[in-house]
Design a protein. Structure first.
Length: 250
């Protein structure tokens, strides 16, 4: 497995559809038990749903859990004709993002997109307005009436995956730093647009969950996997009460 070098580190979240709730759990754990990892990260990378998680960490508030719950209300999930995922996410972003989100995000939040003109990947990290942040998050950056960019997961689903200075997060079992653990150390894997995915029944099931809203417990899985990563790498910080009743960060 790739060992992370925490010298000028960054964090990268894989694109994963509705499994983005896994990222919310992982991000919550990092913020609670190792806030410096997020606070001092040079860049927060993300593709697709991973970009929404990145936006949360730099000051946004995209309620992915609410999106999944909304979809689960309908018998056909996201296939139901009344379910407009773009509108739901857009409304949530416009409602919850701070007005200066473009200033908070510029130079720090790096969103993976695929350029329509040549199919190559590009990272967008400079924003001029809140509206532009929302458009990039929704892959709707327009040139006239034609889209300039589409989902970055097509060309690079996990930016900076091979960098030792990047903590990678994915809801699929594989070789990312924070991810579910596979059943065997001798597993076969495939690299899907820069994302390591173990060939297993567990991942096959997760792939179906990416298309249909999963149970909220996937959020707990993300939290648990992030906690294990912090513990195994000696980065787990906890508040304890000492004998003189003083809170100490250890």
């Amino acid at each position: 497995l790739k060992r992370v070098s925490l010298r000028g580190w960054s964090v990268s979240f894989a694109g994963c559809g509705f499994l983005g709730v896994y990222h919310i759990g992982a991000a919550t754990c990092l913020q609670e038990h190792a806030p410096h990892i997020i606070r001092d990260a040079r860049h927060i990378y993300g593709a697709s749903a991973g970009a929404l998680a990145g936006a949360v960490l730099v000051g946004a508030c995209a309620d992915v859990l609410a999106l999944a719950k909304e979809a689960r209300k309908r018998n056909l999930g996201p296939l139901h004709p009344s379910f407009n995922v773009i509108k739901i996410i857009r409304d949530g972003l416009m409602r919850n993002l701070p007005e200066n989100t473009h200033q908070l995000s510029s130079g720090r939040l790096c969103i993976s997109l695929t350029r329509v003109s040549d199919g190559k990947n590009t990272l967008i990290s400079n924003f001029n307005s809140k509206e532009e942040v929302v458009q990039v998050l929704l892959h709707l950056r327009m040139l006239g009436m034609s889209p300039r960019y589409v989902d970055g997961g097509i060309s690079d689903n996990l930016p900076q995956y091979e960098s030792k200075n990047t903590i990678t997060v994915s809801p699929f079992a594989g070789e990312c730093d924070i991810c579910p653990k596979g059943n065997s150390a001798n597993f076969h894997e495939m690299n899907l647009t820069n994302t390591s995915i173990q060939l297993s029944l567990g991942n096959l099931y997760r792939l179906t969950q990416a298309l249909f809203p999963p149970e909220p417990k996937i959020c707990e899985q993300g939290y648990s996997d992030a906690f294990k990563f912090l513990k195994e790498n000696g980065m787990l910080h906890l508040w304890i009460i000492t004998d003189d009743m003083v809170l100490t960060w250890v």
